[in-house]
Write a protein that binds this ligand. Structure first.
Ligand SMILES: CC(C)(O)[C@@H](O)C(=O)O
Length: 573
């Protein structure tokens, strides 16, 4: 195989060769296929802290199959660092910046293939966006899961602890224990939050090698699969199997079905449409709703269940889920193995992958079915509903697998806030009453960058008097760890004149998950006819004035000026 550079204009490349030889390349190296390895390694958080090791392994795989790797790093940012303060506003925007940086690295000179390595919320979707945008042979290596904490503890314990702390309860010892053991290793947070969900989506789309998503991050096996990815990207280069040949409509639909089966993060409803957008594919939000009506919800993983992602992988991980829901999937889609999904699953079974994983579970004495329910035994369907109505004409999202059945239909008076900070203060200081529907607006992508509202959702869940009676509706978004009746992504958002900006304190809000609706059904606590409500909303709209933009400079100004709605993927137009 000849490298792209040689295929194009060999004579002109003396300068590039010289520059590369300045980095210790040999003359022979300059003639080989060149593979870009871009990882998000950095001392930015545990999800990225070990990725240089995986990148070294991928490089070995490339060398030993006759290629020349070149490593680059564009590190990512941890959502956990941003929660509860303004830092969180920057997080979604970072997805665009990482994708753009990979595009820049990969576009200045041609590459024969690319390995992308990341673990977490924004870096995985950024890499998948870059893969779709660049369309060169590409394999994504998910960085695996953080090891298990004591008593199935996770990094997510921060939420309940800070809720207790804010209420003045003594938490000193618990806080210290949590600091020492909440994150016992590198890897993505141990629950099915956004980081874990997006690793699963990468594998489900066919861009990661089978079994890679959520592998325990300290296992030798994750190093071996990284090395195998290095070898395999050379095969993809040889056969010219590019990312866009893998990222088809059918691949996205498969991923959405896996998402329903694993009860994945609502943030995937932002990221998958953004990746699809690069392909010119519009992923209708209704596809998620349809998948949730069709596909049984199989997993028992935090935040909606009991166990953690390492145990999910021991139960067989994504291949086990795909095996279980085989009859719903398109098994003929191409993947980075150069084979179809159906062929991959058969290969894994023949090679004893499932048996080996399940042996690990014996250490914990937990049956596989306790973590991944067999499809025939599952009583529940899906996890996501798309709601529409006079507050959300272009849709909103709720993860109903994390909502108690008593709250599947709820009517309550609106308590309206124009920022998350104000809402949180009201919750913590006892201003919110049982039955209220907390409305948080101007927190969408164009309002403030769409920060996650983990601390606020947890402040409700960990207040005994509010938990199970109070709902939250916002044009912003949630953490993958959020629980409770939280309706997010309300579109159009308030800053764009969406009707969520017209809600007033005391309006009666109805959330009806079975009917898939979200409406104002009354004014000042009194029910009204729909036509009367429409008239009142039209009057309020006439009086509404867009508030001054909160963000005036830097990367967040660019993002808030250009981002599409959360329902469309918040890509920058
Ligand atoms: C920090 C978290 C919990 O990972 C969050 O960002 C998520 O969405 O899952």
């Amino acid at each position: 195989m000849m490298n792209q550079k040689c295929k194009t204009a060999r004579g002109l490349w003396a300068q590039v060769d010289a520059l590369r030889m300045g980095m210790n390349w040999s003359e022979g190296d300059t003639e080989k296929p060149h593979i870009l390895i871009s990882d998000v390694f950095g001392e930015s958080h545990p999800g990225s802290f070990h990725l240089n090791i995986l990148s070294d392994e991928a490089a070995v795989g490339i060398y030993e199959t006759g290629g020349r790797p070149a490593k680059n790093h564009v590190t990512d940012i941890c959502d956990g660092w941003g929660q509860g303060h303004d830092g969180m506003n920057y997080i979604l925007a970072s997805r665009e910046t990482i994708a753009d940086m990979v595009e820049l690295q990969a576009s200045v000179i041609p590459w024969d293939g690319m390995i992308l390595i990341s673990s977490c919320d924004k870096s995985v979707p950024a890499h998948l966006i870059a893969a779709a945008r660049l369309d060169i042979p590409t394999i994504h290596i998910p960085g695996g899961s953080m090891r298990i904490g004591p008593n199935i503890g996770t990094s997510g314990l921060a939420g309940p602890l800070s809720a207790k702390y804010k209420k003045g309860q003594p938490v000193q010892k618990e806080m210290r224990d949590y600091k020492l053991t909440g994150c016992p290793s590198c890897g993505a947070c141990q629950f099915m939050g956004t980081a874990s969900t997006m690793q699963c989506m990468s594998e489900s789309l066919g861009l990661a090698l089978p079994g890679n998503a959520l592998m325990p991050s300290t296992f030798a096996e994750i190093r071996r699969i990284s090395r195998a990815a290095g070898q395999q990207v050379m095969n993809l280069a040889q056969q010219n199997i590019t990312a866009r040949k893998i990222l088809t409509q059918a691949a996205f639909e498969n991923a959405i079905k896996v998402h329903a089966a694993i009860g994945g993060s609502t943030n995937a409803l932002i990221h998958l449409p953004a990746i699809a957008h690069e392909m010119g594919i519009t992923l209708q939000p209704e596809l998620f709703d349809k998948a949730s009506r069709e596909i049984p919800y199989l997993t028992n993983i935090q935040p909606s269940g009991k166990y953690v992602t390492e145990l999910f992988w021991f139960a067989g991980g994504i291949p086990m889920i795909q095996w279980e829901i085989k009859e719903y999937l398109n098994l003929d889609v191409m993947t980075v193995t150069g084979k179809t999904l159906g062929e991959n699953l058969n290969d894994l079974a023949e090679q004893g992958f499932f048996d080996r994983c399940h042996e690990h579970l014996k250490t914990y004495n937990i049956p596989v079915e306790e973590i991944i329910r067999p499809v025939k035994q599952s009583k529940h369907f899906g996890s996501i509903a798309i709601l529409k109505g006079n507050i959300a004409p272009a849709g909103a999202v709720i993860k109903y697998s994390a909502v108690i059945p008593a709250m599947h239909q709820h009517v309550g008076p609106a308590a309206v806030f124009n920022s998350e900070e104000d809402a949180q203060k009201a919750i913590i200081t006892g201003k919110i009453k049982q039955g209220d529907v907390v409305i948080i607006r101007y927190e969408g992508p164009r309002g403030s960058g769409a920060p996650e509202m983990f601390m606020t959702t947890d402040a409700i869940v960990f207040d005994e008097s509010l938990n199970g009676t109070v709902a939250l509706v916002t044009d912003g978004r949630f953490s993958g760890a959020s629980r409770g009746p939280c309706v997010g992504h309300v579109s159009p958002e308030a800053i764009d004149g969406g009707p969520i900006g017209l809600v007033e304190n005391g309006d009666l809000i109805e959330i009806d998950i079975p009917a898939r609706t979200l409406n104002i059904i009354g004014i000042a606590g009194q029910k009204q006819e729909a036509a009367e409500i429409a008239r009142i909303l039209a009057d309020r709209k006439k009086a509404w004035k867009a508030p001054a933009r909160k963000i005036r400079n830097g990367v967040l100004r660019k993002f808030t000026e250009k981002a599409a709605s959360l329902m469309a993927g918040a890509y920058t137009k």
